[in-house]
Design a protein around this ligand. Structure first.
Ligand SMILES: [Zn+2]
Length: 254
């Protein structure tokens, strides 16, 4: 089974960016992951790498694409310029908003420039959802933002964990919303059942990711492969949907 891990971060426990990159590539190889997406931080100085650092670090690396983290609170105008430059050049394939980690709702007016760029270059906007500060990313708020930007692809990372049922129910009628299952291996049987049910209904809206760096990649692959879903659904989950949503191109003959 071809595996794309569409949600990774640089691991933090290495002294240099280069060593972090090598550790990440080695982990992908060990786990049979043929392609991946590394998500940068929105901070300028970060152990998981800033937008600029991640874009430069993986420039020309055929196995990894970058999603750029950005924040309306951190050097916004300058970071937006850099973001647009890397998206236009093809090295950044999406934009991540750390809603909940930062006090910003997906429908916050300050994010309009982000949605504009996403629409212009046809790249998704990802939101951290659930976990530590779920009030910023209730399914209702995500629905409002998605409906107001119906031409933009929205990716709901972590599926509003632990409220998966509510997340999938409320967002069922938002066809531009996709779900990244990163960090969910910790959730146990109720999470598994909610995922299986939702994947049966919408197999083209789920993307495999591990949150490597924070979570175990091998553990998440085991979790995804243990889901009781059809072969078609698994193929969509493990790579087909990521290829489509992030516009991932494979070199010929691979
Ligand atoms: Zn993450």
């Amino acid at each position: 089974m071809k595996i794309i891990d569409a949600h990774m971060h640089l691991p933090v426990n290495f002294p240099s960016l280069c060593e972090k990159k090598n550790a990440l590539l080695a982990e992908m190889k060990r786990n049979g992951v043929c392609r991946g997406i590394v998500i940068s931080d929105s901070e300028i100085s970060s152990d998981i790498g800033s937008l600029e650092e991640c874009a430069k670090l993986f420039d020309g690396c055929g196995d990894v694409n970058i999603i750029g983290g950005i924040s309306p609170f951190i050097d916004y105008a300058v970071q937006m310029k850099a973001l647009e430059k890397y998206i236009a050049g093809g090295s950044i394939v999406g934009i991540k908003i750390y809603s909940g980690h930062e006090p910003v709702y997906p429908n916050d007016g300050r994010l309009e420039p982000v949605y504009e760029i996403a629409q212009r270059y046809d790249v998704p906007v990802l939101f951290h959802t659930g976990w530590n500060a779920p009030e910023y990313t209730s399914p209702e708020v995500i629905m409002k933002a998605a409906k107001a930007h119906a031409d933009v692809t929205v990716v709901c990372c972590h599926c509003c964990y632990p409220n998966l049922e509510e997340c999938f129910g409320v967002l069922a009628d938002c066809p531009n919303v996709y779900f990244d299952i990163s960090s969910l291996a910790e959730g146990g049987n109720s999470v598994k059942a909610a995922l299986e049910k939702a994947i049966h209904i919408s197999p083209d809206r789920f993307i495999f990711g591990s949150d490597y760096g924070c979570c175990g990649q091998a553990e998440h692959i085991g979790f995804a492969l243990s889901l009781n879903i059809s072969e078609y659904e698994r193929e969509r989950l493990m790579h087909g949907n990521a290829v489509k949503i992030y516009g991932i191109k494979f070199p010929q003959n691979s």
